[in-house]
Unconditional design. Structure first.
Length: 527
């Protein structure tokens, strides 16, 4: 035991420290003693070696009234961590217990101890000290482990090396990343080491498909861990399903089904085969061959029902462990038009996507002059409602002045370069030809946009330079909506060459707000 008796006068320091408490005059040093063990704080366990509390025995001749406990550290101001106020009847003997929770567990590296100040019933005082040491145990260490190993894909792979710990080893865990590279899954645990300070690891690892690394984690008796990663380079492609004997390109039978044949092999066996096409601009599932029962070689002999606008087939083979491989097969088909889907545009105030360009992209107010020759049409929202404008009409119209970039309107630099785009809203049910276009769009059968396509349906050439969105009014050749008048026939003319392209626009969304309107559409443009 360490004994502290009648240490020096501390009245001024004590009075300053407890300034927030009720101030009472303290007399000279009182009679008594404070005894305590030396404690050690373990950084790893964040606890003391003698338990989850710090204690001292206090003997006070004149009875104990209050006890103040201050944490003393080399790198910090002394801090009050515990006050004992519930001392009844001013006992002369008292066991002070400071709980572990009173200590800053993550800031104890410079600790010296706890200063104890005791106020006796006659206002005399005692001062003592509880010494505390800081213990930062070293992590377990790895020795003689390789940085890389060669996996035996058909047998056991030795993982060997020496592990040491000054305090004892509790457990060794071995992981691999067979599911996802660098995401580790436990393969084996060794928990019979019983605190040995040295351990020779020699583990026979059974390779798991597609693993690229081994991670070893060693844990000591304080639950401190250290980790080592060993590279295990393996060409994981050898485990993935393989496509053999498939055509590099397929010419689809447009009036029937198209044969789709080839072999698919798998090391572990096949689970399913999914077949997709991109008729709607993204790959969508069209059929699945399942219940393959883990067969390792599958002779695919099926058919594909071609749909217009599909340009590629995608096959995905999935094995029994969900490892997959895909194959893209282009379709040998030429379309008379190109489609751009889900084009988003904003009106002049938002100003970020105000014009539609020749390559299917959009540009904003600050890029108008640089793109004048490529502008196909303009999206503008006057007070009357969201409107599609012929670029050439901007040479005489007022809308360019309101398409501002940093406060300055669009001054057309090259009027001769502007396209002359005319519009005609098609109304479902207004004529057989217009209804037929709606039906073809619904069936995803639109492609040929030649003049003959329109004249055969008695659809006259577009003539409007500014069709407007109107949700409630009766539709017309220049008023569109989202239901019966959502398809617009366009003719985009190059004024320099007089050549033109026909187009079909399908309006999908409109948000009407003057200046801030937005719209989304699909557009088919003649090649």
């Amino acid at each position: 035991m360490t004994k502290f008796l009648k240490t020096g006068l501390f009245m001024l320091a004590f009075a300053a420290t407890i300034a927030s408490c009720k101030k009472e005059k303290l007399s000279d040093i009182g009679e008594g003693s404070i005894k305590a063990e030396t404690y050690t704080f373990n950084k790893a366990t964040k606890s003391f070696d003698l338990g989850d509390e710090v204690k001292s025995e206090i003997d006070a001749t004149n009875g104990i009234k209050l006890i103040y406990s201050y944490l003393i550290r080399n790198n910090a101001t002394d801090s009050l961590i515990y006050i004992t106020t519930d001392i009844k009847n001013n006992p002369k003997n008292y066991t002070l217990t400071i709980p572990l929770a009173s200590f800053p567990a993550n800031n104890m590296s410079q600790v010296k101890g706890v200063k104890i100040m005791v106020k006796q019933s006659n206002n005399s005082s005692l001062e003592g000290f509880i010494p505390i040491k800081f213990f930062d145990p070293d992590l377990p260490q790895f020795n003689s482990f390789p940085t890389q190993i060669n996996a035996d894909l058909n047998g056991a792979t030795a993982i060997a090396g020496n592990l040491t710990s000054d305090y004892g080893i509790k457990q060794v865990d071995i992981f691999d990343d067979f599911q996802t590279e660098n995401t580790y899954v436990l393969a084996h645990s060794i928990n019979t080491i019983n605190g040995a300070k040295q351990y020779a690891l020699n583990y026979a690892y059974t390779y798991r498909k597609a693993a690229q690394h081994i991670k070893i984690r060693v844990t000591d008796i304080y639950n401190q861990t250290n980790e080592l990663i060993i590279n295990m380079p393996v060409d994981v492609a050898v485990f993935k399903p393989k496509f053999i004997g498939f055509a590099a390109k397929i010419t689809p039978i447009t009036a029937g089904t198209t044969p789709l044949t080839g072999n698919i092999t798998s090391v572990t066996g096949l689970k399913k085969i999914d077949i997709y096409d991109d008729r709607n601009g993204v790959y969508e599932l069209v059929s699945t061959l399942s219940n393959l029962n883990g067969v390792k070689t599958y002779n695919l002999n099926t058919t594909y029902l071609y749909k217009k606008r599909a340009s590629n087939l995608k096959l995905i083979a999935v094995d029994t462990e969900d490892l997959q491989t895909e194959l893209i097969i282009p379709l040998n088909v030429n379309y008379g038009s190109v489609v751009y889907r889900d084009v988003f545009m904003t009106a002049q105030t938002l100003g970020t996507n105000t014009v539609f360009l020749e390559n299917g992209t959009t540009a904003g107010n600050c890029n108008l002059i640089a793109n004048e020759a490529n502008i196909q049409f303009v999206f503008f929202a006057p007070s009357a409602g969201p409107t599609l404008y012929n670029p050439f009409s901007g040479t005489t119209g007022t809308f360019p002045a309101n398409m501002k970039c940093n406060g300055t309107g669009w001054t057309i630099a090259d009027p001769a370069a502007l396209k002359d785009t005319k519009f005609r809203v098609l109304i479902n049910g207004a004529s057989t030809g217009q209804t037929d276009v709606y039906n073809l769009i619904a069936a995803n059968e639109i492609d040929d946009l030649s003049d003959a396509f329109f004249t055969s349906r008695t659809l006259s050439a577009p003539s409007s330079s500014g069709p407007r969105y109107e949700a409630s009014a009766a539709p017309s050749a220049s008023l569109f909506n989202l239901t019966t008048a959502k398809i617009i026939y366009l003719r985009i003319t190059n004024r320099t060459t007089t050549a033109y392209k026909n187009a079909i626009m399908v309006i999908k969304e409109v948000n009407s707000s003057a200046g801030n309107s937005t719209m989304k559409f699909d557009i088919y443009i003649q090649k």
